[in-house]
Ligand binder design. Sequence first.
Ligand SMILES: NC(=O)c1ccc[n+]([C@@H]2O[C@H](COP(=O)([O-])OP(=O)(O)OC[C@H]3O[C@@H](n4cnc5c(N)ncnc54)[C@H](OP(=O)(O)O)[C@@H]3O)[C@@H](O)[C@H]2O)c1
Length: 221
Amino acid sequence: MQIGVLGGTGPAGSGLAARLASLGHDVVAGSRDPAKADAVVGEIHERWGDRVATLRGGANADAATCDLVVLATVWDGLVATAAEFADALAGRPVVAMGNGLVKVGREFHPVLPAEGSISQAVQAAAPDAKVVAAFQHVPAAAFADLDHPLESDVVVCSDHDDARETVLDLVAAMPNLRAFDAGSLLHAVGIESFAAVLLSLNIRHKGKGTLRFLGLEGYGA
Ligand SMILES: NC(=O)c1ccc[n+]([C@@H]2O[C@H](COP(=O)([O-])OP(=O)(O)OC[C@H]3O[C@@H](n4cnc5c(N)ncnc54)[C@H](OP(=O)(O)O)[C@@H]3O)[C@@H](O)[C@H]2O)c1
């Protein structure tokens, strides 16, 4: 599958792009500045060599026309980016992985827009895209460290059944990640705001906690 990552130069987008390339996908790490994308991708190639041979840099506009698109810009740039590329994103599965977060003392607080969640605001900004919320709880550093398997569950939700299935399959094919179908995009409110709880737990407990469900194994959706 050809996968484009808008904002593919940041820790989360570049890490996910590298991880997906290492699994054999053709990946475009996009940027508002293609030269910046080339520089970031060059560093990834230097570090991982042939393991990321299918990763290249490009403009966000290149990334937006791939089979599946990931929006990995800063969270407060996600909606404007979705609006800017709304035409190109029409009809495509578009993963929104942003969490609106603000640090207050020793904790993070969630920032949710009037639409309910950033993912829902992205869907409103690109109404013909098939927006899927996913990857909110996977730390960027874990994506980027290809020598270690990811340790997390990924909650996936969307109002588009086909796009949700595509992303569930993509996640399930990533070693050690488990994908769970949470139904409609409405649930992105809980998914995004729980990221603030998870980060706050990690600060208070000085840990690297991630998300794992018990009791869901072996039950069909
Ligand atoms: N960091 C994590 O552990 C983590 C985990 C899960 C989810 N997320 C989510 O993943 C997304 C990316 O996180 P990150 O930590 O990698 O973010 P980041 O480094 O702060 O930003 C990612 C990229 O966004 C682009 N960008 C900056 N300002 C922008 C604007 N105004 N409009 C459009 N693009 C802009 C930049 O790329 P160019 O300058 O190259 O265009 C930048 O490299 C966020 O929405 C975050 O909530 C992060």
